[in-house]
Write a protein that binds this ligand. Sequence first.
Ligand code: FPP
Length: 232
Amino acid sequence: MPSSLQCQDNHKLHVAIIMDGNGRWAASRELMRAAGHEAGIEALRRVVRAAPDENISTLTVYAFSSDNWKRPEGEVAALLDLFRRFLDTETEDLVRDGVKLSIVGRRDRLPQDLVHEIERAEAATEWGDLLHLRVALDYSARDMIIEAAKKAAGAGDLTRETLAAQLGAPEVDLLIRTSGEQRLSDFLLWECAYAEFHFTTRLWPDFAENDLKDAIAVFHHRQRRFGALQAA
Ligand code: FPP
């Protein structure tokens, strides 16, 4: 990690997004919550398309937290179904657009057919080199850190570097959360150690290319010091 980084440089960015507000978006239109999640997929498509032009090389999005299993059975089923359809319908476009897809989080509690779809989509997109899209599914940062620490310690070498290598993601430069909430909700706790945060009241289904551009523009005006003093 550099001791100081001007945000204006050509550093490729890791942007993380907590896509929040689908339910409120649907409720404000008297629609079912699932319709909000459907509209959320459109917003994700827009952001994935716009990301490379914003110098983003890694995009991690929070689609389903390990705590989301506490939601009503019907909503969980609708979300899992949406993920299946997303993998089924998007893979071809992701390959065409040079996007490598990875699903991060636990897989042992996901339905077997969804795990197969994930493996198929990851294999199909593995050569994508324009953008790495990481979708967090059944994800808990605390659980990921525990697992990574166990592996690093098991190999007899638990350091910041080995733990970070086990987690397998670059540090987050910018974390965006939509819908006015301002918390991390067990997302990328380790990787966000020095992330800049951008909170917007925009509900996720309304999030557009310009919102991403605005967030990146604000980020570029931040002075990141990583604990050091500002360069003279
Ligand atoms: C939070 O909104 C959103 C989620 C729990 C699901 C996120 C899923 C998508 C955006 C669907 C597309 C994703 C993929 C990868 C296919 P909320 O339901 O908590 O909204 P609320 O706070 O307004 O109730």
